[in-house]
Design a protein around this ligand. Structure first.
Ligand SMILES: [Zn+2]
Ligand SMILES: [Zn+2]
Length: 268
């Protein structure tokens, strides 16, 4: 996950073209990774949050056609191409981050730390019911006139994050967002904290709120850490405890034994 900054002036060009520009090349970014489109603080209106839009990363290429000049009236060395520009509940990463990383210090872009990425994924969680139902996205064998239930979706997302080479392109397209798995897991467990049993609270949009914790730190180089075995549905308080208190854990395959400040919890 990356954060890209731009001013209010250049925002329209970013959103319309699903493109960004930079002079430094970001490393360790893969197609499908989420890009947070952040507006520079000095160009925000009063009360406006810097991040209101996200998109998915497609590619980063040298701007040989001077496209940056055409879009923003200034030349940049690289063009970042994205897709699926979409609005999110506005936020400021500095208000939700876990780490002490100063994202404000970034020139054009910053890599989001795994612990902060988890917070962002919780914040922007895109409802599980928003995945496309278009028949042309489902391959024939999965179509069968029915929509996926949570268990089926979780199964397929687990397959995707195992990086099976033969995995169907169409399904990869459908489920490439990690937020889909977080949401499917939340739905499956009814937004109830797997540690303390707190049932989740209602948000102003009428949907329930819970968070997802990755027992083993999110690591894009090890896609299996994105799989459901590694995810726990938790309330905000237990989530903070998992990050900040004395925690020991053991994978029971399936489930976990977790000891938080000496108190043992067994999770099936
Ligand atoms: Zn809890
Ligand atoms: Zn966590």
């Amino acid at each position: 996950m990356l954060l890209f900054k731009n001013s209010a002036e250049t925002m329209e060009g970013v959103l319309k073209n699903a493109k960004h520009a930079t002079n430094g090349k970001p490393n360790d970014v893969k197609p499908g990774d989420i890009i947070l489109i952040a507006q520079t603080k000095s160009t925000l209106l009063t009360g406006q949050k810097p991040i209101r839009w996200i998109m998915d990363f497609v590619s980063c290429e040298e701007d040989e056609d001077n496209l940056s000049n055409k879009i923003w009236g200034k030349h940049w060395r690289y063009i970042i191409s994205g897709e699926n520009v979409r609005p999110v509940e506005p936020f400021d990463i500095n208000e939700i981050k876990m780490t002490s990383k100063n994202y404000g210090a970034a020139q054009t872009f910053a890599v989001i730390e795994p612990e902060d990425e988890e917070e962002v994924l919780n914040w922007i969680s895109e409802g599980v019911k928003t995945y496309p139902h278009d028949t042309d996205i489902f391959s024939a064998e999965f179509k069968e006139g029915k929509t996926l239930d949570h268990d089926e979706l979780i199964k397929r997302l687990d397959l995707k994050y195992r990086n099976t080479p033969k995995f169907k392109e169409t399904i990869v397209e459908l489920i490439e967002r990690p937020t889909l798995l977080s949401n499917a897991i939340k739905e499956k467990y009814g937004y109830k904290c797997m540690i303390c049993g707190y049932p989740g609270f209602l948000k102003k949009d009428g949907k329930k709120y819970a968070e997802v914790h990755h027992m083993i730190e999110l690591n894009k180089k090890a896609p299996e850490t994105l799989q459901s075995w590694n995810l726990l549905v938790v309330c905000p308080l237990c989530h903070k405890k998992l990050h900040y208190s004395d925690v020991k854990s053991e994978f029971l395959d399936p489930g976990w034994k977790i000891i938080i400040n000496g108190e043992e919890h067994t999770i099936k």
